[in-house]
Design a protein around this ligand. Structure first.
Ligand SMILES: Cc1cc2nc3c(=O)[nH]c(=O)nc-3n(C[C@H](O)[C@H](O)[C@H](O)COP(=O)(O)OP(=O)(O)OC[C@H]3O[C@@H](n4cnc5c(N)ncnc54)[C@H](O)[C@@H]3O)c2cc1C
Length: 225
């Protein structure tokens, strides 16, 4: 078994271009395209967001790949409007094969701080892997073996949302009421978007007390296989 940390790959995007494209679409409402200047999008977007005129944010989308756990994707996939998903299927992926290094990967529950509890978790994962491999070696198909897999099982998720939905998801899921594994993967995304698209994301709040060394590593680009 392998215990790993979460990671994030945001497909290459240009925040300023996204905001300018949204401005161009939005100005159709007022036929004020002639008011477009180098930075006119800044005021326009702030006004739209303050007035709740947020449908204009739906014109652009961003795709993110998460290396996360079943724990996390159960929460992510609750978002239906303006969100699309492709998720590694435990029905088809056989973790006893070489392609998966003949092991099951589990997400490190860094937030389980009590050493005795952490050991309980680790022993449980080791037992699950042992019986998964045993069933698989007996000839059971992944569809049957997967019934033993726990929330900690690692899975890759590709999530595409329009900008309005990213704003909504990040507004709901970066505070201290949200599961720590979700905060690990979504706070870094929010901080990135605050940097590149402040006019849209600056008002979104997050759990500033969440330990920074628990943040998932964030990449801009495509994951290498
Ligand atoms: C802290 C926290 C705890 C939670 N706990 C639980 C729990 O215990 N059990 C549980 O089942 N869920 C739980 N959830 C999930 C939550 O109820 C939502 O299902 C989830 O956050 C998706 O958000 P959303 O409904 O805004 O959907 P999205 O798909 O993100 O939709 C965006 C917006 O579109 C509109 N919309 C989408 N679909 C419809 C529709 N069918 N009709 C009308 N308007 C629509 C709504 O305005 C919605 O806010 C929890 C969420 C959080 C953040």
């Amino acid at each position: 078994m392998k215990i790993i940390e979460p990671e994030i790959w945001i497909e290459p995007y240009d925040g300023t271009k996204i905001m300018k494209n949204i401005e161009r679409a939005c100005r159709t409402c007022y036929r004020s395209e002639d008011h477009i200047t180098e930075d006119s999008y800044k005021k326009l977007l702030k006004n739209c967001i303050n007035r709740g005129h947020e449908s204009v944010l739906e014109h652009e989308k961003i795709t993110i790949r998460f290396l996360c756990s079943i724990n996390s994707y159960k929460d992510l996939t609750r978002h239906r409007a303006g969100a699309s998903f492709s998720i590694e299927s435990t029905r088809y992926c056989n973790y006893s094969k070489d392609k998966f290094d003949n092991n099951i990967k589990f997400m490190d529950p860094v937030y389980i701080q009590n050493p005795d509890d952490y050991q309980c978790w680790k022993d449980c994962m080791a037992a699950i892997e042992k019986y998964y491999m045993q069933m698989s070696n007996n000839g059971a198909i992944p569809d049957h073996c997967r019934t033993m897999l726990p929330h900690s099982t690692v899975a890759e998720v590709v999530m595409t949302c329009n900008i309005r939905e990213w704003k909504h998801v990040l507004s709901l899921r970066c505070n201290n009421r949200v599961h720590p594994e979700i905060r690990q993967i979504l706070i870094p995304v929010l901080l990135e978007f605050k940097k590149t698209m402040p006019e849209i994301f600056e008002s979104v709040e997050y759990d500033e007390a969440f330990p920074k060394d628990w943040y998932a590593k964030l990449h801009i680009g495509y994951k290498e296989n």
